[in-house]
Write a protein that binds this ligand. Sequence first.
Ligand SMILES: [Zn+2]
Length: 384
Amino acid sequence: MSTSIGKTFNHCTHTAMMLLRKAPSLLLLLLAVALTVSNPISMAAASQDKTSEADALKGFASMHPIDVHVHVFRSGPGFQAMLEEEQLTLLNILVVDDTWAPRNQLQPQIDDAWKLVHSSKGHVFLCTTFDGYKFNSPTFTQDSIRQIDRDFKDGAIGVKIWKTFGMEIKDSAGKYVLPDDPKLQPIFEDIAQHDKTLMAHLAEPDLAWQPLDVKKDPLGQYYIDNPQWHMLNKPGVPSKKAILEARDHILEKNPKLRMVGVHLGSMEMDLDDIARHLDKYPNFAVDTAARMEYLMYGDPAKVRAFLMKYQDRVLYGTDLDMNPDAKIDESVKEWKETYVNDWRFFATDETFQVEGRKVRGLKLPKEVLQKIYRTNAQHWVKGL
Ligand SMILES: [Zn+2]
């Protein structure tokens, strides 16, 4: 994954994780502020024996893991072999993005995604989406529902809503459309009625609303490279708080709708805030996609206590991708590296390096690993 920084920035979730790799010292500072180190649990002495990559992958495979957040545009024998070796199931998530050609049209993505699903021997499932750029069409709501229902009928098991709502799409009066807009409500009702799951990537890391100074703040480079997602000084732009409150309105208004807030629900700097949301909204869970570093670089006792307490509410996801121009063997290597590091973090008590930073494994109990790696995904995204 480390070599895919540029690709990931260019289209997908512009992952804060990637940004953080460019600014680890800033991250630590932010985490020190965000994570109050008050938990008295002390970690057991770290094991000196390092789990080999092969053993880590063996442990990972023993979970029959489900990665609920990937973006796969192509497959091949090497990729399929990895899925089979690791006993791995993927939820492939579609996004319509008008800034990246492979993603700017929805239907060709759906067609390609079904080919992948059908060739995967049961290893890949589809999370469809709807085209937010058609918001101002008078038939937007009914067209979206018709397409989503068709995709459900074909086997899709979830629907993605993307950060374009709140950060890009405007109504015909030029006002930014928040994700709780009344035109979207029937779509949420439809998803709930079909017992499917809404995968919600709404808002961004805080920096998207703050001044950028690359000399002081290398995290800003992503927003300089991708100014469409830098919200500061854009007239009429909603605050991050307003977007997340709109997200919360959806949860309140649709208690039967299962929502997975991807990327730790965009609350990655504050585990307490995530906890408050999980307490308040029983229909809400989060995935770890592209935000594992926030957990890895946090206070291990606090992160472990959080995962123990909310062990039924956290789904394992990575945001790994396989782009149309990817070299499959190189990408497979990156995928495996990610799975190895994440396994060491969750399952062992080893101390190891991630991007030059020391990370201490949490050694979660086996039954908790089984939930995070598999059964929570099955509970929250029916059909996996
Ligand atoms: Zn993603």
